[in-house]
Design a protein around this ligand. Structure first.
Ligand code: ADP
Length: 264
């Protein structure tokens, strides 16, 4: 069994022992792997089963006309919003299940100029004029990987920046060369995150403040999705943040994932 490999049956660690000796610790982790598999399958199956009834409920709610019973209009609006939210959670859980079981990604060209323009537009639409949003692209480089997954990771970060930055704040989306390749980053002047939370931020459903997150409409799965997408692209996520000082989320891609753009 290969140490550290997800399917490995043995977990092998070398621990320092005394001055010059080391202790080889081998543990049978096959039952942990099996339980993890059962958990993944369970989440995927439940999410899949919830999809159809939710679509039906959502469809009927859209058919109801609030003008028919004006006193129920606020109730109907709330029911629609909540069913949309539940639908988003189910979709995010399904995406996460797929990413968790996936070993690699398709190697397609992802034209960055176009993707950055889309992500910028999405941010403007979400912000509705409440923030100053700028795009600074200085790297003429495309990415190699899954267009759908990279789009979802890049937009998750801008959507977080918009949702966790009070009105009047600034958001900057950057695509630039770095010594190791290139980095996509999103900086905001928002609430920021304290060091105690940073390490756990990419865990499923982990939130710094659940009431604020609920207000802003997230599912608590966004950063887990980002982390999995980056892992599949051998990229890493860097988070620089401090309470009250805003945040920068950077995705670092290596040279192997970069391509010069196609001539126009
Ligand atoms: P959510 O749907 O709750 O936004 P995410 O996984 O995207 O879930 O983010 C996890 C948590 O990280 C959020 O609930 C929020 O507390 C914190 N967070 C993410 N992005 C930012 C940001 N740009 N500024 C401040 N906090 C953030």
């Amino acid at each position: 069994a290969a140490p550290g490999h997800a399917d490995s049956l043995l977990s092998i660690d070398l621990l320092p022992f005394g001055e010059r000796q080391q202790l080889l610790l081998a543990r049978d982790v096959s039952h942990i792997n099996r339980l993890e598999q059962i958990r993944r399958d369970f989440v995927a199956n439940v999410s899949h089963e919830l999809r159809t009834p939710l679509t039906v409920i959502h469809g009927y709610l859209e058919l109801l006309d609030p003008d028919d019973v004006p006193e129920l209009a606020p109730v109907l609006a709330e029911m629609r919003a909540q069913s949309r939210r539940m639908g988003q959670i189910v979709e995010d859980l399904l995406t996460l299940s797929r990413l968790e079981t996936q070993q690699d990604v398709t190697d397609e060209r992802v034209p960055m100029a176009a993707l950055l323009a889309i992500v910028h537009k999405e941010a403007l639409a979400l912000s509705q004029g409440r923030h100053r949003i700028t795009l600074e692209s200085t790297a003429a480089l495309d990415l190699l990987g899954s267009p759908r997954d990279l789009h979802s990771a890049l937009s998750n970060l801008v959507s977080n920046a918009v949702r966790y930055t009070p009105a009047g704040g600034s958001i900057t989306i950057r695509w630039q060369r770095t010594p190791e390749g290139a980095a996509y980053s999103v900086s905001d002047t928002g609430f920021g995150i304290s060091a105690t939370h940073l390490a756990r931020l990419t865990e499923r459903f982990y939130r710094v403040s659940s009431s604020r997150s609920r207000e802003t409409g997230g599912t608590g799965l966004g950063l887990s999705i980002v982390k999995h997408v980056l892992n599949l692209h051998q990229a890493r996520l860097q988070i620089d943040s401090a309470p009250g000082a805003g945040s920068t989320f950077s995705c670092h891609f290596g040279h192997a994932r970069l391509l010069p753009p196609e001539p126009a």
